[in-house]
Design a protein around this ligand. Structure first.
Ligand SMILES: O=C(CO)COP(=O)(O)O
Length: 250
């Protein structure tokens, strides 16, 4: 049985950041704090900044990724970008199935699965997001939702290198509310067990990130939970010092 890969702290800038925000990327990439951490660090920027950020961070420990991709390589899909465009812009990862896209663009598990396949075909690591709404949690449906999203969003041939799962309870995103430590532990143990039913030992060790109001003040407690192998960080990833403080838990 292999060992769990190095933890990953991934930032998701969402629809934030103009060219002058690249200064934050530069600070993170050049930081001695980051060089001293035992962590993989990644920031998923808007498509407009992807290539500049990737060029700026070449040769540093910081990787650059995108926030969504189309499932097709190319074609008549106005406004979309493909996984091969992300790879061509030197991005290494892409987030798929974020709840803001599941809800805002009605993306379903099948379309997220095709995006994951497209990401892998272009050599990208897919960060596949899952998570329950507040209504589903209150209705005691959390584990059913996670089981359904995992089953539907993941292809059969994933590996621990090309796929990362991000558990983001929808009600904890951007709200300042985090799930309780017990709830995070339960969800992550459940996800790990679902993976181990479906995949071989090596693969079921893929990284599981927690996301939802992670910030410097709560990161240490959350990242210490068993089966939490890193974080997907929204708001706190926009400021280099906050992002670095989260990375430095490792
Ligand atoms: O959605 C998130 C990351 O993908 C979490 O966002 P916040 O950290 O701002 O709550």
């Amino acid at each position: 049985m292999g060992s769990v890969p190095k933890p990953l702290v991934a930032g998701n800038w969402k629809m934030n950041g103009l060219r002058d925000s690249l200064a934050q990327i530069e600070k993170v990439a050049a930081s001695e704090v980051l060089a001293a951490c035992n962590v993989d660090a990644l920031i998923c920027v808007p498509a407009t900044l992807l290539h500049s950020a990737a060029v700026m961070t070449a040769g540093t420990p910081l990787r650059i990724g995108a926030q969504d991709c189309h499932h097709q390589e190319g074609g008549a899909y106005t406004g979309d970008i493909s996984a091969s465009m992300i790879a061509d812009s030197l991005g290494s990862h892409v987030i798929v199935g974020h709840s803001e896209r599941r809800m805002g663009y009605r993306e379903d598990d099948a379309s997220i699965r095709s995006k994951t396949v497209a990401a892998h075909k272009s050599g990208l690591t897919a960060i596949v997001c899952i998570g329950e709404t507040e209504e589903e949690r209150l209705g005691d449906q959390t584990l059913d939702v996670l089981r359904r999203q995992l089953a539907g969003s993941l292809p059969d041939d994933v590996t621990a290198e090309n796929t990362v799962i991000a558990y983001e309870p929808v009600w904890a995103i951007g709200t300042g509310r985090t799930a309780s430590i017990a709830d995070i532990a339960e969800a992550h143990a459940f996800i790990r067990s679902e993976l181990s039913h479906r995949y071989d030992d090596e693969c079921s060790l893929m990284r599981l990130l927690y996301g939802g109001s992670v910030k410097p003040s709560n990161a240490a407690e959350i990242l210490r939970v068993e089966n939490v192998n890193g974080a997907l960080v929204g708001g706190a990833s926009l400021v280099a010092s906050d992002f670095l403080a989260i990375c430095s838990v490792y």
